[in-house]
Design a protein around this ligand. Structure first.
Ligand code: UGA
Length: 438
């Protein structure tokens, strides 16, 4: 099939390249000319395992191409997927201006029957409006419908998540639209859940918010574990044997970040409010997460009189390993608090430092300073205190003995529960983590 994809971010680019891998003929469209040139040269603008490999393979055999010329890309497409961003407005609602721009371009470009498929996460009911909007601006007399096909990939495992998704959710309002989507996904050989357009839109939010709730619940229980002398990791293990609970997303830590859970929890709460309903569970997940981000800073502040003039090692800046994305990362909350108190930060992240330096440039910063280092040893050397914000493999591989050997005071605050408590004690490290005796 002839598929065009609007937007070459995580959702659009990965979907486009995976459709090509499955044998479809794909054109990826973006307004950013530099990005298109980069993509044509085989370079991915996002850090994602296996993506460049598939990009090069499918570009060379002509199954995927990249362009800024949306008119020619949309004109004869059988289906156009929309994968542009829906960032959040200050009040928590979703900003749909990118979707509206693409919808109008589609309406003015298409010259044959075409299914428009929205992959971007949009509030329930949006796709009804997108369809109406396209009909209002349609230039040629063609059949066009809008379907919802939410995306469930996670950053860091995007290609694998797409090619081996647990399910494909399609939300359509006609047999015609459903058949087109079934045909597109046939080569993936994955379970398809076919529902109405509004239910599909809701499945996306309900899934993400359920996972966010799960994490906030574990963080809440972790904080209580500390007070009553229990260990959250043992508690999670004991819970996980129950199939009804499951073993995934039970890791307590420094709170959830990324571009999705924080945004989608707020968006669903906002949607509920618009309908006169208070979504109390999701609101609690948001509140717990807000506090959780700074739980270690507050703990350390009680232990140390001040951070002023202290060398602070920060290990991990991204919101999770396997990505260079910093959105809503715990580091972004904690680094300003440390700088405000005059800390001298030495930060290490295998891929996130350049992005972080755009927000906090190297050198003097407020009352403190920040230096980006290329290895963990340089961050720890002579440090008075260390914070771990991301569980990168290379950080997990650091031996407890190294903290004792290199740091001036071996005092470690671990937001990802990387270490065994006994190992740290044996190595002589004063170690505090989340939800465990410390
Ligand atoms: C999330 C969902 O997992 C995807 O299914 C969804 O498609 C995506 O959002 C989206 O809507 O686009 P992602 O944000 O890439 O994916 O990352 P996750 O792996 O879900 O992690 C999110 C945050 O939760 C991270 O900060 C992570 O450290 C944290 N987390 C995760 C925990 O604190 N504990 C856990 O047990 C699991």
């Amino acid at each position: 099939m002839n598929i065009s994809v609007a937007g070459t971010g995580y959702v659009g680019l990965v979907a486009g390249v995976c459709f090509a891998e499955m044998g479809h003929c794909v054109t990826c469209v973006d307004v950013d000319e530099n990005k298109i040139n980069l993509l044509k040269s085989g370079v991915s603008p996002i850090f994602e395992k296996d993506l460049e490999l598939l990009m090069k393979k499918n570009y060379l055999c002509g199954r995927v191409d990249y362009t800024t010329d949306f008119q020619s890309a949309y004109r004869n497409a059988d289906a156009i997927f929309i994968g542009v961003g829906t960032p959040e407005h200050p009040d928590g609602s979703a900003n749909l201006s990118y979707i509206a721009t693409v919808a109008r371009q589609i309406a003015e470009s298409i010259e044959k029957d075409c299914l428009v498929v929205v992959k971007s996460t949009v509030p329930v009911g949006t796709n009804d409006k997108v369809e109406q909007f396209i009909h209002d601006f349609l230039v040629h007399d063609v059949r066009v419908e809008v379907a919802s096909n939410p995306e469930f990939l996670a950053q860091g495992s995007a290609v694998n998540d797409t090619l081996h998704a647990a399910r494909i959710v399609i939300g359509t309002e006609s047999k015609w639209a459903e058949e087109i989507l079934r045909k597109i996904y046939e080569p993936f050989n994955l379970p398809i859940v076919s529902v109405s357009r509004r239910s599909a839109e809701m499945i996306k939010y309900a899934s993400n918010d359920f996972l966010a709730l799960k994490i906030s619940y574990m963080n809440d229980i972790a904080n209580l574990c500390e007070l009553v002398g229990a260990d959250i990791q043992d508690v999670a293990k004991g819970m996980s044997f129950d199939d009804r609970i499951g073993s995934k997303f039970l890791n307590a830590g420094i709170g959830f970040g990324g571009s999705c859970f924080p945004k989608d929890t707020k968006a669903l709460e906002y949607l509920a409010k618009q309908h006169g309903y208070e979504l109390r569970t999701v609101k609690s997940a948001i509140d717990v997460n807000k506090d959780q981000k700074t739980v270690l800073f507050r703990k350390a502040s009680k232990r140390l009189i001040t951070f002023h003039g202290l060398k602070v090692a920060v290990l991990g800046l991204t919101f999770k390993p396997g990505t260079d994305d910093l959105r809503e990362a715990a580091s972004l909350e904690n680094v300003p608090l440390l700088l405000e108190q005059g800390a001298e930060i030495f930060a290490f992240d295998p891929v996130g430092s350049n992005n972080f330096a755009k927000v906090h440039p190297q050198g003097a910063n407020g009352k403190g300073s920040i230096t980006y280092v290329g290895n963990i040893e340089a961050a720890l050397d002579g440090a008075n205190v260390c914070f771990i914000f991301t569980e990168w493999g290379e950080i997990k591989a650091v031996s407890p003995k190294l903290y004792k050997k290199l740091m001036r005071t071996p005092l470690v605050y671990d937001g990802r529960n990387i270490y065994n408590l006994k190992d740290m004690k044996l190595a002589g490290v004063e170690y505090y983590s989340i939800g465990r005796p410390g």
